[in-house]
Write a protein that binds this ligand. Sequence first.
Ligand SMILES: C[S@@+](CC[C@H](N)C(=O)[O-])C[C@H]1O[C@@H](n2cnc3c(N)ncnc32)[C@H](O)[C@@H]1O
Length: 244
Amino acid sequence: MQRPAQSKPFWWILAILLAAGGFTAGGAFTALWLSRPREVTDAFHRLYHANGARTYNNTYWLGVPVQKCPLDLWVFQEILFETRPDVVVEMGTYKGGSALFFASMFDLLGRGRVITVDIADQPGKPQHARIEYLLGSSISPEIARQVRERLRPGERVMVVLDSDHSRDHVLEELRLYSDLVTPGNYLVVEDTHFNGHPILPRHGPGPMEAVQEFLRRTDAFEADREREKFGLTFNPNGYLKRVR
Ligand SMILES: C[S@@+](CC[C@H](N)C(=O)[O-])C[C@H]1O[C@@H](n2cnc3c(N)ncnc32)[C@H](O)[C@@H]1O
């Protein structure tokens, strides 16, 4: 038996009802997500970290591995443009990707150099006229001396701490290097997201706890939470601006 063909108005009404339903459901989901920004970004943060082989261990700057979130790299670009440091002092070179990123930004800005320290000598690090590599522990008196003697009076300095992520190590780096940062420039403590902020809840006291202790002891720095504007950052509470 042949079914009667539906008239044109029937299909139009069905299409309009489906579209309206879709818009309503989409709007409801959007409203739900917007009402819970922390849950949404934390969930994505955990997903991003759990998929490290595809994400933070699979991120490159000009072909060199860089263990940073691209959103944080963009924030670094904005900070470098706004604050124009003469020198970035970095603890934790790894394969040189972040040092090369800073050097590339300095190429675009027409000024600046990078001093980067690591306890391990990774082969194949990028060679660049703006990058100087130092080998040794960031908390050894010898490295602290070598860093200081490379800075010239009047230079604007930014410091990035991205080496050993235990609380005590970071606190010692803060003791050794925070005073190098010039007023108006930034001290970035990396990977404050460890120890449940929101990833690796069993890590133990790490960079976040070091920052909290550091900020209790000093009023020279303030956490610039505006730098967390993209939601996902490896450095919550870690973009410290020297204010005095
Ligand atoms: C997270 S990786 C650095 C990533 C790099 N900044 C990037 O963004 O690609 C940490 C590095 O810190 C180094 N490191 C660990 N303990 C250190 C110490 N006591 N002094 C200096 N570097 C250290 C490790 O060898 C490793 O290369």
